[in-house]
Design a protein around this ligand. Sequence first.
Ligand code: SF4
Ligand code: SF4
Length: 88
Amino acid sequence: MAYKITDDCISCGACEPSCPNQAISEGKTVYDVNPDKCTECVGSFASPRCVEVCPVDCCVPDPDHRESRETLLARWKTLHPGETPKVT
Ligand code: SF4
Ligand code: SF4
């Protein structure tokens, strides 16, 4: 499932460059995750990078976007044409 950013976000910006899919951007009040680009870091890393870098632990799984690993990997391949997944 895609991750989301809660209202606890302090807009430090650390997560934006850490996302391998450019899924994170600055929103009106807090940073946002684009669920069409988030793969839970499947394809790139063993665990979600945004979770690791966030100083206030506000990157959490979004229960409204539950997806299988196969779906997430297929998304990664669409976002990174011609590349080989580093983590499947
Ligand atoms: S889980 Fe990974 S792909 Fe999803 S928003 Fe966080 S860093 Fe980006
Ligand atoms: S790292 Fe955490 S606090 Fe900083 S902008 Fe991203 S979600 Fe917000």
